[in-house]
Design a protein around this ligand. Structure first.
Ligand SMILES: Nc1nc2c(ncn2[C@@H]2O[C@H](COP(=O)(O)OP(=O)(O)O)[C@@H](O)[C@H]2O)c(=O)[nH]1
Ligand SMILES: [Mg+2]
Length: 289
């Protein structure tokens, strides 16, 4: 197939996904080389999985040359994993991510890519008219997610209905420009990403998407929600003119995050970071990354 579309790098953050990830990897690795005209690479970013996710990923990666992986031993969370994954941005023109549970089918992610047009980032939305929800979240989860959404709306005024949908795609230039502003390791990472993009003047387009809420979510309503709330407030403060005055409160922030057992991102590229890397052969994207 001739390569006449931008190259595409898809990241999949994965934590204890041995039961959910295999069909997802196979579906994406079959669909994109057949239906996408540019180069396609998929990198799974794992960290400290306590099950056999790594074995599953290695087995499937051995079958499909477009699949690679990076594995970090530290507890860096979904956000921390994506911050590390986004360091691979120079490998492609477009960089996106989806969840490991198959909530977003390959066709739906392909649709986001097709909608990029003049935008710098396209995000899937479960709450815009036209969205197709095969299995909605539980009522409790929907309620928590709507409350969180209202708080985020009040804090950031971003005019985005669904900041938390796990399917997003961005242009390399945008990722590279804002990468150093990414510091949220927990599930509020998406807010950090979107607000940084908007603040830097990049255009975000929200489009209705297809979504299936899968059982086996890692989100717990108590601790995860509190951590997300704290992180959302933190992102807001980071972008406020008062942030430098709040420096004396840092130890308190560290204490609260540790009480919540919240994940932390790795220090920057110069910091200590140990990663077991992808394939030993084949054009797998993360090989030697
Ligand atoms: N690398 C990494 N991925 C994570 C972590 N926590 C969640 N994820 C991934 O983030 C994605 C969304 O998680 P999920 O439990 O499906 O959340 P939900 O769909 O919002 O209920 C999945 O791909 C998870 O494997 C983590 O600590 N590290
Ligand atoms: Mg999920």
């Amino acid at each position: 197939m001739t390569e006449s579309a931008p190259s595409l790098l898809l990241l999949i953050p994965a934590y204890n996904e041995e039961h959910r990830i295999e069909p997802v990897l196979r579906d994406y690795a079959r669909y994109f080389p057949q239906h996408y005209r540019g180069k396609f690479q998929l990198v799974v970013v794992l960290n400290g999985c306590r099950d056999h996710t790594l074995d599953v990923v290695q087995r499937v990666a051995a079958e499909f040359p477009c699949i690679g992986y990076r594995d970090f031993p530290q507890r860096i969370g979904k956000g921390g994993a994506l911050i590390e994954g986004l360091r691979l941005a120079p490998l492609a023109d477009l960089i996106g991510y989806v969840d490991a549970d198959g909530a977003t089918p390959p066709q739906a992610f392909h649709d986001l890519v097709n909608r990029l047009g003049a935008a710098d980032c396209v995000i899937g939305s479960r709450w815009l008219p036209g969205a197709v929800l095969h299995q909605a979240q539980s009522h409790k989860r929907q309620f928590a997610s709507r409350v969180f959404h209202l708080i985020v709306r009040g804090l950031f005024w971003m005019n985005i209905r669904d900041t938390q949908c796990g399917a997003k795609v961005m242009r390399r230039e945008a990722v590279e420009k804002i990468h150093s502003s990414l510091r949220i390791a927990d599930m509020a990472f998406d807010i950090n990403l979107l607000y940084s993009l908007q603040h830097a003047g990049f255009r975000i387009l929200e489009v209705p998407t297809e979504w299936t809420d899968k059982i086996g979510s890692k989100v717990t309503l108590g601790r995860t929600s509190l951590t997300m709330l704290l992180s959302a407030v933190r992102v807001r403060l980071i972008y406020s003119p008062f942030y430098r005055w709040l420096r004396p409160l840092r130890p308190l922030e560290t204490w609260i995050y540790s009480k919540l057992r919240a994940p932390q991102p790795l220090p920057g590229p110069g910091g200590k970071c140990e990663a077991r890397s992808a394939k030993s052969e084949g054009p797998g994207p993360a090989g030697g990354a």
